[in-house]
Design a protein around this ligand. Structure first.
Ligand code: HEC
Length: 159
């Protein structure tokens, strides 16, 4: 089991980087950008999420559930080709494209929640088991959507 410890090692610099970028701040509901900040914290693992492998009853350790570990490339470096998980961002989610099989599709907040909770994409195709299934509140889902589709950033990288 080398993977969880490798993931843990990567988390401290992420927090520093987010603070330096002004991307992470405790969420105040009344504050503009609060949802985007909350989504950033969830995506980068500063706020823990609950999730499991499809078909398993036990929860995975939070460090293995960090979206950025699978969906963000290190800043300034390209995403490893051939990886099943693609870099996520506004363009990736909003542009209609053929995803697995099925017709071209794009995401809405609702279909993102469905993919995260049940592993079903907008074309009703089931995601691979490598993508965890999450137990998310509506606010957590909205926050991830607000962060991932925020204007001006087409692909999210690690800080
Ligand atoms: C352990 C690695 C891993 C983690 C952690 C992970 N994903 Fe994924 N994700 C994947 C893989 C692999 C796929 C591709 C599944 C497929 O093509 O069937 C995927 C697919 C997706 C898709 C579908 C994209 C598309 O084009 O249809 C979305 C959306 C997504 N992930 C969002 C997230 C979010 C948001 C998080 C964090 C809450 C997250 N993922 C965490 C591995 C991961």
């Amino acid at each position: 089991m080398t993977r969880p410890s490798r993931l843990r090692e990567r988390r401290r610099p992420v927090l520093g980087g987010l603070l330096a970028l002004g991307l992470y701040a405790p969420v105040q509901a009344s504050e503009p950008g609060g949802l985007v900040n909350q989504g950033a914290a969830l995506f980068h693992g500063l706020s823990p999420l609950q999730g499991r492998i499809a078909g398993h009853s036990g929860w995975l350790p939070p460090a293995t559930l960090v979206c950025a570990n699978c969906h963000a490339a290190p800043a300034g470096r390209s995403f490893e080709p051939g990886r099943a998980a693609r870099p996520l961002g506004r363009t990736e989610l909003l542009q209609p494209r053929v995803r697995r099989t099925g017709p071209p599709s794009s995401y809405t907040e609702q279909s993102l929640c469905e993919a995260l909770r049940a592993g079903i994409d907008p074309a009703h195709v089931t995601l691979q088991r490598a993508m965890p299934r999450y137990q998310l509140s509506a606010v957590e889902c909205r926050a991830l959507w607000a962060f991932l589709t925020r204007p001006g950033v087409s692909v999210n990288t690690l800080p």
